[in-house]
Design a protein around this ligand. Structure first.
Ligand SMILES: Nc1ncnc2c1ncn2[C@@H]1O[C@H](COP(=O)(O)OP(=O)(O)OP(=O)(O)O)[C@@H](O)[C@H]1O
Length: 238
């Protein structure tokens, strides 16, 4: 058992009177763990709670990199060494690709391993668009930039909300394998995914969510792309 980098206990989250998360427990060590589930089951809500984003309102316990962070503002959680790739990417139209990366580059819990040039090695097509602005790049390039922007903070823990959405299959594989590699380097990676291929390639194990609850957790040796599991929790066939 590796050191626990993300620990969630008895987590509940509400949007006003509506409850989106129920009694969630999960833990992530220096590994890549996928969170899977259909649309609307609460995956983004979980990411927002971990990052301190409001709404929703949350109760319970969230420990990131050894600190109890529930109630902390997002900037403080980011400074602790938690990288975040939001759904929708949140890029700035008036900043170039280069500027997005330069603004976020810093030494983090894992040192200075991820530089701008290493991001461009990972995503060569993004490197060819380095002078383009945030609103001039394709959906796939936006995903790559959002991931790169999180990587250059050299996070100890990385939370990604459907990072492969909109990416071509070959790039999905590159991203998934680089997330796996990242986890091998000691980063805790929480990968929210609906792309089964990406999750299977990147993650060591998976939690499946339904209606705001964790309804299944893969056990040692259990495949997360098992046909019955995917049919039951994602409604897809392989
Ligand atoms: N800002 C909000 N205000 C009120 N309810 C919300 C808000 N955001 C999400 N919800 C509700 O919370 C529940 C969980 O939504 P969430 O976005 O976390 O699901 P998800 O699994 O990430 O879905 P998707 O894969 O479609 O992004 C849904 O019922 C959704 O309608």
């Amino acid at each position: 058992m590796t050191e626990t980098m993300i620990r969630v206990e008895c987590l509940e989250a509400h949007y006003g009177l509506g409850q989106a998360l129920h009694d969630l427990d999960m833990h992530v060590g220096k590994e890549c763990v996928a969170v899977m589930g259909r649309n609307g089951v609460g995956k983004t809500t979980l990411a927002r709670v971990l990052m301190g984003l409001d709404p929703p309102q949350a109760t319970g316990s969230v420990e990131l990199l050894g600190q109890s962070v529930l109630g902390w503002p997002p900037y403080r959680i980011a400074r602790l060494g938690v990288g975040y790739v939001p759904q929708g990417r949140r890029l700035f139209p008036s900043l170039s690709v280069d500027e997005h990366l330069q603004l976020n580059s810093r030494k983090g819990p894992t040192g200075e391993h991820w530089s701008t040039s290493r991001v461009f090695e990972l995503f060569p097509s993004l490197g060819r668009r380095r002078k383009a602005y945030g609103d001039q790049i394709s959906g796939g390039e936006r995903s790559m930039l959002a991931i790169g922007r999180a990587l250059v903070t050299n996070p100890g823990c990385l939370i990604l909300d459907e990072p492969t959405e909109g990416l071509a299959p070959a790039v999905v594989e590159d991203v998934a394998l680089s997330l796996k590699e990242l986890s091998r380097e000691g980063v805790a990676v929480l990968l929210i995914e609906q792309n089964v291929r990406a999750a299977t390639l990147a993650a060591d194990r998976a939690y499946f969510m339904s209606e705001g609850r964790i309804v299944h957790e893969t056990v040692d040796g259990e495949s997360m792309s098992d046909e019955a599991t995917l049919g039951r929790y994602l409604g897809v066939s392989v």
